[in-house]
Design a protein around this ligand. Structure first.
Ligand SMILES: NC(=O)c1ccc[n+]([C@@H]2O[C@H](COP(=O)([O-])OP(=O)(O)OC[C@H]3O[C@@H](n4cnc5c(N)ncnc54)[C@H](O)[C@@H]3O)[C@@H](O)[C@H]2O)c1
Length: 254
């Protein structure tokens, strides 16, 4: 029996790219209920999923993760429909170096709203524990000079999870925290790079892009389900070339 059977997941940024692929793989693994939180569903991907996965519940909830009240009311709606939340994938993200306030607000503030709201409903006193997966990036490990603020937000995502993914919080909440760092993935976030990167770095980034292999979003979604199945609390994973690799972050003695 799959870990997903009979369970409920929330995926932020789930109408597109890695989030959408993750939703699809959760459904393939027989999850019972999935809520997609995103800014809009203009292409009606939710209905498309319902046409394929007819026995499962798939809902779209319009929510901007930068707005704490919207995140809270979206989670409340999921609880009122399905009683529990078992998995959350904090995936919504943007790459907008020229609008670095937005980049910080979505990638770090929005992810923090998502995690704190998830803890509030999933903790073992109110809920039944579960797993929160945060989507960081390899830019959060190495840093890419074409995207300094984006890289900083992703370092931040990893930092948040280094704190939450400890025995202290696991014992308190019964929630595992996993961090996934995808490498370059063929999604809309990398379209129109001219308007996304900081001035003067476009050539270098485009050059790097031209020699890089891009994995598919679908392969990342599959890897996320594998990581949920096997990842221990606090673990950090690179997903590159469609494969998972757990990494160990250095700790310094003080
Ligand atoms: N594509 C890559 O190469 C790559 C690599 C590493 C990490 N990532 C990360 O993966 C995650 C998913 O990105 P993707 O590549 O699938 O891009 P994408 O643009 O296809 O998907 C991002 C989704 O987030 C949603 N979103 C943006 N702002 C939002 C907000 N304020 N509230 C709610 N939803 C919002 C978008 O509407 C979209 O559906 C992001 O966190 C991104 O940083 C992507």
């Amino acid at each position: 029996m799959s870990i997903f059977e009979g369970k409920t997941a929330i995926v932020t940024g789930g109408v597109s790219g890695i989030g959408y692929a993750t939703v699809k793989h959760f459904l393939k693994q027989n999850i019972q209920n999935v809520a997609i939180l995103d800014l809009d569903d203009a292409k009606n991907v939710t209905q498309g999923l319902r046409n394929t996965f007819t026995k499962q519940n798939i809902v779209f909830i319009k929510a901007d993760v930068t707005k704490k009240e919207q995140v809270k009311s979206a989670f409340d709606e999921v609880i009122s429909k399905f009683n529990f939340v078992d998995f959350v994938v904090a995936n919504a993200g943007v790459l907008r170096e020229k609008d670095y306030e937005l980049t910080i607000n979505v990638n770090l503030l929005g992810l923090s709203h998502t995690i704190y709201t998830a803890i509030d409903v999933m903790n073992k006193d109110k809920g039944r524990g579960g797993i929160i997966v945060s989507i960081a990036s390899v830019a959060g490990l190495n840093g890419f000079y074409g995207m300094p603020v984006y890289s900083a937000t992703k370092h931040g995502v990893i930092g948040l999870n280094r704190c939450f993914g400890t025995d202290y919080f696991f014992n308190k909440y019964g929630i595992k925290f996993l961090t996934v760092c995808p490498g370059f993935t063929d999604t809309a976030i990398l379209d129109d790079l001219e308007n996304r990167l900081s001035d003067g770095t476009l050539d270098a980034t485009l050059q790097a892009r031209s020699v890089m292999a891009f994995q598919t979003a679908d392969s990342v979604g599959l890897c996320i389900t594998e990581i949920i199945n096997s990842g221990k609390n606090g673990s950090v994973w690179i997903v590159d070339d469609g494969k998972t690799r757990e990494i160990t972050l250095q700790k310094y003695s003080l």
